[in-house]
Design a binder for this molecule. Structure first.
Ligand code: SF4
Ligand code: SF4
Length: 399
């Protein structure tokens, strides 16, 4: 790939939060201040230079862009107000879109002007399926108490597989499938570019198990412990908000797996497992705790973001806010639907549950193109950081 200046790339970085990057005069204070930068591979000074010159290929192949945790220490210290933390955020946003598939969906999901469409498309899909299911009604208080939302898409007498599960699976699984396919395609491209740039041609490649044990698992443990986050100084609140958010997602993931196992497998043997989880079920409790953790985390991050914008340390970007809005919508509607079920209010309950389905579908569908994708891209960049220093790749590259 020729490494020529790309003016369009510079323009898109400026629009996505890197509006101040031209102010950088390469003093390197940011690289000294960054708690995650090493003497051997300092950042973000070099990324600021590459961004100024539109050297897109260098940045697309640079794992350091993803090793940054956007703590803002560099932005605090920058004597020119060049906001390197925001520039790196803008570069990451560009990389998600660049690698994502399909391109039209990536372009749609990264432009704030498309927000009505981004909400409208999932809403229409769920509304049409609700119409097609023939279940367009609000249940009686008795039916609501008994079945909760498990008959939102209606009921049929085929006891082995409920109608509601069929409809929900037919909506969420294709959306999750597109997201997973897009993300796998993206990280393969990213890994290929990083390996090429680092000139890695290892003669011995690790097996999948080796890769997991040596590189992926330690990266995931480090992410879970928030080791790097805790090294930040200017923006310690981010770790306080990010940790409950991550734990909330893990709780929601466990619940989704249990629900699928309960409904789709155990339900084939014992049809009674198709009903709603009892309110006293431990998994129900886990779901509620996860929703509260998500809400707490997002409240801290929301306030933190607003404070930084007010102080001029960061600017409003759709890339940062869209994910905050999405997670807020999923948690508020999830918890709200649960509380309305407790309160026995079917009409409001069904409306809020509809909004919950829409927000969950948005989260799945737009995952590869929003900040949510950093979970995967950052983890893989952390793996690459370990990999390029390992015996598999050592002494074969320029890093
Ligand atoms: S971003 Fe700021 S601190 Fe970093 S090199 Fe440029 S001027 Fe210096
Ligand atoms: S935002 Fe924090 S982690 Fe990222 S480059 Fe700046 S100081 Fe380093």
């Amino acid at each position: 790939m020729a490494n020529t200046p790309d003016l369009e790339f510079i323009k898109s970085l400026k629009e996505a939060g890197g509006d101040t990057l031209k102010k950088c005069y390469q003093c390197a204070s940011c690289s000294v201040a960054c708690p995650l930068s090493s003497d051997k591979k300092p950042f973000p000074r070099k990324e600021m230079l590459w961004a100024q010159w539109g050297m897109k290929e260098n940045l697309l192949a640079d794992p350091d862009v993803f090793l940054c945790h956007q703590c803002g220490d560099c932005t605090e210290i920058c004597p020119r107000g060049a906001k390197p933390a925001e520039t790196l955020g803008a570069i990451r946003a560009y990389i998600y879109t660049f690698h994502s598939w399909p391109a039209w969906l990536a372009n749609l999901a990264t432009d704030s002007r498309n927000l009505p469409l981004l909400v409208g498309i999932p809403s229409v899909v769920i509304l049409i399926l609700w119409l097609l299911s023939g279940a367009m009604h609000i249940p009686s208080a008795d039916a609501f108490e008994r079945y909760g939302y498990t008959r939102f898409f209606g009921h049929w007498d085929f006891k082995w597989y409920p109608k509601n599960t069929t409809f929900i699976v037919s909506i969420m699984v294709p959306a999750a499938g597109i997201a997973v396919f897009s993300i796998i395609k993206g990280i393969r491209k990213m890994w290929g570019l990083m390996s090429g740039k680092a000139n890695l041609h290892p003669s011995f490649r690790p097996s999948i198990m080796m890769f997991f044990n040596e590189f992926l698992w330690p990266s995931l443990v480090e992410t879970m412990k928030h080791t790097r986050f805790r090294e930040c100084r200017a923006n310690v609140d981010r770790a306080r908000g990010h940790l409950p958010l991550v734990l909330g997602f893990i709780g929601a993931f466990i619940l989704t797996c249990w629900s699928a196992f309960r409904q789709d497998l155990l339900g084939l043997i014992w049809p009674s497992f198709h009903g709603p989880l009892p309110l006293t079920d431990p998994f129900k409790t886990l779901a509620n705790i996860s929703a509260v953790a998500l809400l707490y985390g997002i409240w801290v991050l929301w306030g933190n973001r607003l404070r930084h914008e007010k102080r001029g340390k960061s600017i409003w970007t759709f890339y940062d806010w869209f994910l905050i809005w999405e997670i807020t919508a999923v948690s508020v509607t999830g918890l709200g639907a649960e509380l309305l079920r407790w309160a026995g209010m079917p009409t409001f309950g069904y409306i809020v549950y509809f909004a919950h389905l829409v927000s969950v579908l948005m989260l799945f569908l737009y995952m590869p193109y929003t900040k949510f994708a950093h979970i995967v891209y950052r983890s893989m960049a952390m793996c690459f950081e370990r990999y390029r220093e390992s015996a598999f790749a050592k002494n074969t590259g320029i890093w």
